[in-house]
Design a protein around this ligand. Structure first.
Ligand code: NAD
Length: 448
């Protein structure tokens, strides 16, 4: 009997990427993933995986990111469950073929329409900052669309990665879904294979690596990237309510959120009012010493801690500034009078530092935004209809939110994705079906 020897890099028993893809492709071609019943069953099992293992997920997220339980529940457990429930409620309707009018071209007997075909075998690569949500929600979309799937959790959230690698095969169809753990070498090996879609969430440098690898096989990609998401605060805004909502969103997950408010643009007089309101809002939320607060997370690793600590001198400290490397703690920090070319304004912050940059007026704010990469999200705090219209019509961003940052991704009917440097493609709800399917054109012109 001949056996295939394991390669030097892989322990015996670990499936090689080429074998894994071939196995999942065979499963796809068998047709097992196409019936609605299979998709619904897998979504129900995925829902059960999340619902029955909430404590274990929260513990892993705490280990990886010091993630507070309330944040884990809201963003990594409840959100994927709501996404799955929404999909289960609408999937049959989303999948039904859509007729289009053809009579003017081929006469009354002809029919035409579109239907969603699953793409085949797809790869989902997830990041560390919401390591459960950003793996589970794309996975739900890929299964709902009838694909076989390989998911690759982030090695920078090792406890969550290990837990998902144990749970997913225990709950989902092993013929159709596989988890590959690992970092750069393992992901590079996966990217060398031919996929029918690659769904990547993370930074733009790796996004380019993914897209180059995909180009070899003309594989379509979704790139969920990041960047600096600005906030415009108008002089008419309710400053206390604005500060409350900025503090609640910016400092969630210690600022390590792709759609977190990155920096504030406002006029000098409003900046002064906002500064004191933000200092109070931070204290109300996290107490006098946020390091002791159970509601405040930690920085993922020392590399990111050092990067963030170097940004703390970029302006006048309004609140925060403290840090503790041993605990990877960086205080929720607000910096005022930040220069547009200061270090904190040169890269996506991805941490708990909120710079306020002063602009003369809305014109200057819009110019500032449009001079830079198109953001993943733009937020406005204003009751002025002209300001709202101008932000809507004169800027481009993945999403635009008035009044509450980060909330648009909790509406499953809204596409979630970036534009330009902040990403390519979108998902959530019906948009995940479109992402993980091919919309096939159908035409039937009867002979008789
Ligand atoms: P990360 O370091 O976990 O990387 C993401 C994934 O890429 C991981 O699975 C990792 O193993 C893989 N990877 C890393 N280097 C690679 C390489 N050289 N070749 C192949 N694969 C590689 O996460 P990150 O990139 O630090 O995540 C933070 C970034 O992601 C931020 O820019 C953030 O804004 C963005 N982000 C975007 C979204 C979104 O939904 N748009 C969500 C979260 C994070």
């Amino acid at each position: 009997m001949s056996t295939t020897p394991a390669t030097v890099d892989q322990p015996v028993g670990v499936e090689q990427p080429a074998d894994l893809v071939a196995r999942l492709r065979t499963a796809f071609r068998s047709g097992r993933t196409k019936p609605l019943a299979w998709r619904v069953e897998q979504l129900n099992r995925l829902r059960a995986l999340i619902a029955e293992n909430g404590d274990a997920l929260a513990a892993a997220l705490h280990q990886d990111l010091g993630k507070p339980r309330a944040e884990a529940s809201a963003a990594e457990i409840d959100l994927p469950i709501r996404e799955i429930d929404h999909t289960l409620a609408h999937l049959e309707q989303w999948l039904s073929p859509e007729p289009v009018d053809v009579t003017a071209v081929f006469g009354p007997a002809a029919t035409a329409g579109t239907r969603f075909d699953p793409l085949g075998t797809v790869l989902v690569i997830a990041p560390w900052n919401y390591p459960a949500q950003l793996l589970l929600v794309p996975l739900a979309g890929a299964l709902a669309a009838g694909n076989t799937v390989v998911v690759k959790p982030s090695e920078l959230a090792p406890a969550t990665s290990a837990l998902l690698a144990r749970l997913i095969p225990a709950y989902l169809d092993r013929e159709a879904v596989a988890v590959v753990e690992g970092g750069v070498p393992e992901t590079t090996a996966l990217l060398a294979e031919r996929w029918d879609h690659i769904f990547y969430t993370g930074n733009g440098a790796v996004g380019r690596i993914v897209m180059r690898a995909a180009a070899e096989h003309l594989t379509p990609v979704t790139l969920e990237l990041g960047g600096k998401s600005p906030v415009f605060v108008d002089r008419d805004a309710d400053i206390d309510a604005t500060a409350e909502r900025l503090a609640a969103t910016k400092f969630a997950n210690a600022g390590q959120t792709c759609v977190a408010p990155d920096y504030v643009l406002t006029d000098p007089a409003t900046a002064r009012r906002l500064e004191s309101a933000l200092a109070l809002a931070v204290e109300r939320r996290f107490g006098a010493d946020p390091q002791q607060s159970p509601a405040y997370g930690r920085i993922v690793n020392e590399r990111h801690f050092d990067r963030l600590a170097a940004l703390l001198e970029s302006g006048r400290t309004v609140t925060g500034g403290g840090h503790d490397r041993a605990e990877r703690y960086i205080a929720p920090t607000v910096l005022a009078e930040v220069a547009p070319d200061s270090p904190v304004m040169r890269e996506e912050i991805f941490g708990p530092v909120l710079p306020i940059v002063e602009v003369a007026d809305l014109d200057e704010a819009i110019g500032f935004i449009n001079d830079r990469d198109k953001p993943l999200a733009l937020y406005g705090f204003t009751g002025n209809e002209t300001t709202r219209r101008r932000l809507r019509e004169e800027t481009s961003s993945g999403g635009l939110g008035f009044g509450l940052p980060m909330a648009h991704l909790r509406v499953p009917e809204l596409p979630f994705g970036g534009v330009g440097e902040s990403g390519l493609g979108a998902y959530h709800g019906r948009h995940s079906i479109a992402t993980f399917s091919h919309r096939k054109a159908l035409l039937d012109v009867p002979l008789g």
